[in-house]
Design a binder for this molecule. Structure first.
Ligand code: ZN
Length: 129
């Protein structure tokens, strides 16, 4: 298993980790397989979405905030239930096919770490089978 560390800078932030995932494939000379990307956190997530227009990242966070506003009267004592809800909405793991030494992603797709309660130091666990 491989581990990436990502330092986030904002409370809510979507960070492209595609190049770092591709480096793991290159460094380990992997030609094909399945990459599992897993975030061992309850207030972060991972997703795949558009990398063309940066406003897509902004709009995703905007809509997630509307679904789970930080100001909502949740009961959880930490005061970050909105982040827990957002984490569940995006999920904490995904898989990407590897072929010919490359991640099989659509032209406009990137893999993103989603921070919902930063800034923090996050871990991303990567397993290739
Ligand atoms: Zn909490």
């Amino acid at each position: 298993m491989h581990e990436l560390e990502v330092a986030t800078q904002k409370r809510c932030q979507i960070i492209d980790i595609t190049k770092r995932l591709a480096s793991i494939i290159n460094d380990n000379k992997i030609e094909e397989g399945i990459m599992t990307v897993f975030v061992p956190h309850t207030t972060a997530g991972v997703t795949i979405n558009e990398n063309g227009d940066p406003d897509v990242k902004r709009d995703l966070l905007y809509q997630l905030e509307k679904i789970a506003p930080q100001s909502e009267e949740f009961h959880h004592f930490e005061g970050n239930s909105d982040a827990h809800v957002k984490s569940t909405l995006t999920g904490v793991s995904l898989q990407v096919i590897i072929e010919n030494g490359e991640l099989c992603l659509g032209t406009w797709q990137s893999v993103y770490l989603c921070e919902y309660d930063g800034p923090r130091h996050r871990k991303v666990w990567v397993h290739i089978k």
